[in-house]
Design a protein around this ligand. Sequence first.
Ligand SMILES: *[C@@H]1O[C@H](CO)[C@@H](O)[C@H](O)[C@H]1NC(C)=O
Ligand SMILES: *[C@@H]1O[C@H](CO)[C@@H](O)[C@H](O)[C@H]1NC(C)=O
Ligand SMILES: *[C@@H]1O[C@H](CO)[C@@H](O)[C@H](O)[C@H]1NC(C)=O
Ligand SMILES: *[C@@H]1O[C@H](CO)[C@@H](O)[C@H](O)[C@H]1NC(C)=O
Ligand SMILES: *[C@@H]1O[C@H](CO)[C@@H](O)[C@H](O)[C@H]1NC(C)=O
Ligand SMILES: *[C@@H]1O[C@H](CO)[C@@H](O)[C@H](O)[C@H]1NC(C)=O
Length: 462
Amino acid sequence: MRGQYCSSGVFLVLLTIFGVSSAQLPKLMPQEFPEDFIIHVDGGSSNSDTNGTRWAVVVAGSMGYGNYRHQADVCHAYQILKKGGLKDENIIVFMYDDIANNPENPRPGVIINNPDGDDVYHGVPKDYTGENATAANLYAVILGDKSNLSGGSGKVLNSGPDDNVFIYYTDHGGPGIIGMPEGDYVYANDLVDVLIKKYEANAYKNMVFYLEACESGSMFEGLLPTNINIYATTASNATESSWGTYCPDMTPPPPPEYDTCLGDLYSVSWMENCDLSDLRQETLEVQYQSVKWRTENNTYGSHVMQYGNMYQTSDLVSFYLGANDNSSSIESKSPQSILEVVDNRDADLLHLWHKFQRAPAGSEMKQEAKRVLDDEISSRQRIDHNINQIEQLVLGYSSNSVRPGGQALVDDWDCFKTVVKTYEKHCGSLSNYGMKHTRVFANMCNAGISVEQVVAASARTC
Ligand SMILES: *[C@@H]1O[C@H](CO)[C@@H](O)[C@H](O)[C@H]1NC(C)=O
Ligand SMILES: *[C@@H]1O[C@H](CO)[C@@H](O)[C@H](O)[C@H]1NC(C)=O
Ligand SMILES: *[C@@H]1O[C@H](CO)[C@@H](O)[C@H](O)[C@H]1NC(C)=O
Ligand SMILES: *[C@@H]1O[C@H](CO)[C@@H](O)[C@H](O)[C@H]1NC(C)=O
Ligand SMILES: *[C@@H]1O[C@H](CO)[C@@H](O)[C@H](O)[C@H]1NC(C)=O
Ligand SMILES: *[C@@H]1O[C@H](CO)[C@@H](O)[C@H](O)[C@H]1NC(C)=O
């Protein structure tokens, strides 16, 4: 069922979405929440704590009101860090910033990340917004490389050897890539190379990276070294989608005036865990278990993965995210156990469908909404068709084969990048949706095809 989401026609998709009624879901009683995951374990390796500065980089890779949830996630993360005692000068935010004041936003100037949630937009620094939210700027920020920035606030990760760093990213992705609102994708090998450079520059003590995107495991699998003091978790493994939640017509729904999803399943799972826990008592492993449990044991869900230096799992979350002075008074509550979800790639279809449904019958608005929805559907069909055609021309077979676990997506990343760019030059942007197909390109490179073959096939197809 999960696999069909991406490839089926929209009506089947919507039927599937709406066919899942909350009555059919297994309900988990709070007492079924596994106790091991709530009990606090030891106090972490004090070795990783820091008297240095805590730094953070938070990134929403998308734009557009149909992707409301990614920027909402990032604003919420900012509030957690701020409450944890990090200073604005040490928190660097990438987001397109087209949500709070979007004409479609029912609460102008406000962003929420939970149906009952308060505003999370206030105070969020506008470091790299709009055209400045690019992959190149992200790399320059992480490397503390001011000279290589183009636009933005100029704030960079100016961390030193005693400082701990937290990076959080949320958006659409595909095998080996994640999106940015503007310009190039972030490629897995480039991202990991940047992290290795940062390590070699002795520019942090320890780092934690939380990453949500479809196929997010492919960003680190077979790539992230275990000996550079970085511990990472991803929303999904290298071969599956991640999921949006708090969506219209789902349980729990956003307030009725919203026709877009408010959050992502893995993201709200770690952040709501932070909101409800004493981060000076909770280890990264305990947080991981809680997030994994909530993200996996759901109507649909994904496998939350761990990569890098596993010794850091015994560190306290507060080593990285800080801790609210009052947090020890928080009563331990179980988070809401089951959340209905939508494939990250279908969340914007759901949004467009809702706009169409809501528009008054016979109105110009309804016609326009139908046109936009139809365009999106035919654009998706075109992308599926193009990729399929190129695959047949280049490889002569349909190759969705997945390399054995633990291996990186591709060996020759330059080939992979060139093939992605060649496709886009001839056939147009893969778009949020088409990113799901990049494994086909990786398999072409792994099969040793020449770039010329892809150029010829793309030119013939598009
Ligand atoms: C932080 O400073 C305190 C007081 O100087 C010291 O006892 C503690 O060991 C230091 N912690 C770390 C992780 O360096
Ligand atoms: C600037 O970034 C580019 C690519 O992102 C890189 O090739 C180049 O080495 C960087 N320049 C400096 C001075 O680090
Ligand atoms: C991009 O950065 C430049 C330089 O800081 C700034 O003038 C411009 O307003 C920024 N663009 C956006 C959309 O924020
Ligand atoms: C990854 O996810 C897919 C799809 O949910 C699943 O079939 C596969 O077993 C998972 N692999 C790992 C290593 O978790
Ligand atoms: C999901 O729930 C089942 C039954 O309670 C449990 O055995 C399993 O370990 C849980 N999975 C995760 C990832 O926590
Ligand atoms: C702690 O709680 C008090 C009383 O509720 C409140 O005034 C204060 O702002 C809180 N401090 C923090 C850091 O949240």
